[in-house]
Design a protein around this ligand. Structure first.
Ligand SMILES: [Zn+2]
Length: 118
């Protein structure tokens, strides 16, 4: 009798065959939660294992997410008569914006504005 051999992934620690499951939420990269991510899980220790193609897929999904969510949330504060929005330091460093830098505030439609270095 021929046995059907299914090549599975085993947990290195428990030597148990891992089961294909789904994580409802997983951060492949911190701050970029992905939903419904495929994963192999050990039924004994619950260790997660991702195959190379699963990891590649997460990488693609994370970069797509970055494109859509790129932006910084900031609260409007007040200084004198002006409303003030802080520029995150990472962004200021990246754009080489320092104190005293002149910028132009350009309204966009009715729901926002763009700030450009002058
Ligand atoms: Zn295990």
């Amino acid at each position: 009798m021929a046995k059907k051999i299914v090549e599975g992934i085993s947990c290195a620690k428990c030597n148990k065959e891992m089961i294909l499951g789904t994580l409802s939420k997983y951060e492949f990269e911190e701050g970029y939660p992905l939903h419904n991510v495929q994963v192999f899980q050990c039924p004994k220790c619950n260790k997660n294992f991702f195959t190379e193609s699963q990891a590649n897929e997460m990488e693609v999904r994370t970069s797509e997410l970055k494109e859509y969510t790129f932006g910084f949330e900031r609260k409007v504060t007040i200084s004198g008569k002006s409303l003030v929005v802080g520029i995150p330091s990472e962004l200021a460093d990246h754009l080489q914006i320092k104190k005293g830098q002149k910028v132009r505030v350009i309204p966009i439609a009715k729901d926002g504005f763009m700030v450009k270095k002058q």
